[in-house]
Design a protein around this ligand. Sequence first.
Ligand SMILES: [Cu+2]
Length: 357
Amino acid sequence: MNMPSLSILTLGQAADPLTRAVFREHGASALARDTDSLMMWIFGFDVIWFVFLMALMLFWVVKYRRRPGVPAQRSPHHNTPLELAWTILPSVFLGYMFYRGFESYIAKLIAPTDSEVINVVGQKWEWTFTYPNGASPPEKAAIGGNEAAPILYIPVGRPIQFRMTSNDVLHSFWIPDFRFKFDVMPNRYTSYWIQAEEPGDHWIFCAEYCGDKHSEMAGLIRAVTPEEYAAKVSSWQVSGTPAERGFIMVNSKGGCFACHTITGSPGIGPTWKNAWGNEVKLADGSTIPADNPEAWDNYIRESILNPNAKIHAGFPSPSPMSSFAGTFTEEQIGWIVEYIKSLSDKAPAQPDAAPKQ
Ligand SMILES: [Cu+2]
C-alpha cells in the first residue's frame, strides 16, 4: 500500500533542539514530537485567546459599569463586518488545527510497506504478542499491580506495525511515548505503526475501560539495537512459524482443502494461490482492493467467520462454506491469515529478525 498523498510538511521540524526545549517535545519519534508540537501550538493559541478575551471583558466590565447619573447605553444589535470577522478568522485557525491533526493521524496509522508486523491480541486483561517468526515474548516486568506484564522487544530504526484484534471486548492499544492509541476490536483487524529512534523502555497501556483489571493491562516496549533484537527473538522457543501453524489449522482442524486449492485453479471455493493482496470482485459489484494488507487480512477473517458477508463473484450464493466461528481462536485465525498470505507473490518478503542495512 502506498503512503497517502497528503504531504507530511510538518514532520521533522519538531526535531530542532530549540523547539524541543521550549515546547517540551519528549515524544519518542519524529511523529510523536510532531504531535507534541501541535499540542503545544494549540495550547499557546488557546492561552493567547483566553488572555485577549478576558482582558477585553474586564476592560468593558469596568468601562461600562453602572454609575449614578450615567444612563445605560443602548447596545448595537448587529454588525456584519465584525460578525464575519469573528466567524471566518477563528475558522481558519481551526481548519489549520484539523489539517495538522489529521495529517499526523494518517501518518501514524498507515504503516510503511517494509514494516515488521507484530500481532497483538487484547484479552481481559493482558496483551499477547506474536513476532513474524512465531515467537511470543517470554520476558515479563512488574508494572503497577501486574506482576507479569510482557516485555516486547523491538529494533531501533525499523518501522513496526501492530496488527491488532481482541478476543473479547473493546480494548485500546496505547503507547503514550509514541503519542498514539487505537481501538482493538473483536471481529476485525486494526493497525498502526511506530519506529523507535533510540534504545529505551516505553509503557503500553489499555486506554479503553474493559473491566476489573483494566488498569493492569500493561506491557513494556523495549527498544534495542537491531543486533540485540535479532539475537533475542531467534533465541526464543518457537513451534513453527505462524504460516506453518496456519497450514495445520486449515489442513487438519478446518478441512478447508475439501473446497480450496493452492494450485491456482479453483475448487468449490477460490484458490488461495496468489489470492492475498490481489483484487477480488465480489458478487455485489464491490471489490477487495489490491495492495491493501489490512483489507485482505480482514477479508480472510470475515470469510472464515461469516462466509456470506462477502461472496467472491462467480461462486454460489449463499456460500456452501459454513461459518467457522467458534472453531478457531483469534490467534489461530491470525495464523490462517499468515498461511494464505504466504501463498501469494504479493506477500511482503518474510522479514527475518536480522537487521536491515
Ligand atoms: Cu483493555
